[in-house]
Design a binder for this molecule. Structure first.
Ligand code: CUA
Length: 328
């Protein structure tokens, strides 16, 4: 392992620090359930503790059994009615939050994105906006005046995965041959960390995910920039040589760069690779050095990944990375 996942270094990732509409409601519910359960635990454990101490057999006393109680209508009514009331309260509160989250209508101005789980990365498409990216989901934030949630269509091309960004929403599975839906609505700009939450093979733990929630203007700029193609070859001779290597070797049989002949969807789209903060679905920061290490042998950073090690001369590797660096 050359790197520590950025996850731990970055920021908190707790359901108790919600920033998005579904997560806010779910955190309230989780708190309520925890408080109720804590009260039940304290009362029951307290009564048991009290009885153990208060009614213990005094030392040295081999005495007879104390008088036994055989049935008490009041006590039995109490331990039946109180739990039933607690269960009904929990059921109603849970049902209400589930309904609010699952039955929320999609407003006409909502952003739509399709997230496809793959071993071990996330393909992200915005069909209406004509944008394809990977591992970093950009969405606009809502404020009190304008609500603009993002509705997600979740799919998988191989095994079951689960989309989970704790501060933004509860988890939803991505299942092969089934389409699931969820929605998110961040209200605070920021980068929120998540991960695949369903065991999906060797690199399940490094199938990391981030949501970048931006003010609407910034999101619009991001979309504009992501729609550009990379048709024009770079002017720098090294990078131009790297582009030729990219298009002539097996790079282009898995990766797409819009505006070139590379159009395969097997691996992540690289048209705007440098606009992403990380590589390998969050395993390493997106720097020259790490890109070089990744191309040389991705298995050093993420063992078992489908991308093969490129047996490539250092000089060509350098040019290839110079080319990737122009993909902004
Ligand atoms: Cu994908 Cu675990």
């Amino acid at each position: 392992m050359l790197s520590i996942p950025l996850q731990s270094a970055d920021t908190i990732s707790s359901i108790f620090a919600p920033v998005s509409t579904p997560a806010l409601r779910e955190a309230d519910l989780a708190r309520m359930v925890l408080v109720l359960s804590a009260v039940v635990f304290i009362v029951v454990a307290g009564l048991i503790g009290y009885s153990v101490v208060r009614f213990r057999v005094p030392t040295g006393d081999q005495g007879t059994e104390p008088p036994q109680v055989y049935g008490s209508a009041q006590v039995e009514a109490a331990w039946t009615v109180i739990p039933v009331i607690i269960v009904i309260v929990l059921m109603l509160a849970t049902g209400r939050v589930i309904y609010e989250v699952q039955a929320a209508p999609q407003p006409p101005n909502a952003v739509e994105a399709t997230v496809v789980g793959k071993q071990w990365w996330w393909e992200i498409r915005y069909p209406q906006l004509g944008v394809i990216t990977a591992n970093e989901l950009h969405v606009p934030v809502s404020d009190s005046l304008t609500r603009r949630p993002t509705f997600l269509t979740l799919q998988s091309t191989d095994v079951a995965h689960s989309f989970w960004v704790p501060r933004v929403a509860g988890k939803t599975d991505l299942i092969p041959n089934k389409t699931n839906r969820m929605w998110i609505e961040p209200r605070v700009p920021g980068t929120y960390l998540g991960a695949c939450a369903e065991y999906c093979g060797t690199q399940h733990t490094l199938m990391l995910l981030r949501i970048v929630a931006e003010p609407p203007e910034q999101f619009a700029r991001w979309v504009e920039q992501q729609r550009q193609t990379a048709a024009t070859p770079p002017s720098d001779p090294g990078a131009a040589a790297g582009r030729r290597i990219f298009l002539a070797t097996i790079c282009s049989s898995c990766h797409a760069v819009a505006g070139t002949t590379a159009s395969s969807r097997y691996g992540p789209d690289l048209t705007h690779l440098m606009s992403r903060r990380t590589i390998g679905s969050g395993v390493a920061p997106n720097t020259r050095e790490r890109l070089r290490a990744w191309i040389r042998n991705p298995h050093d950073l993420k063992h078992g990944v489908l991308m093969p090690a490129m047996a490539i001369d250092e000089k060509y590797l350098h040019q290839l990375v110079e080319y990737l660096f122009t993909l902004r």
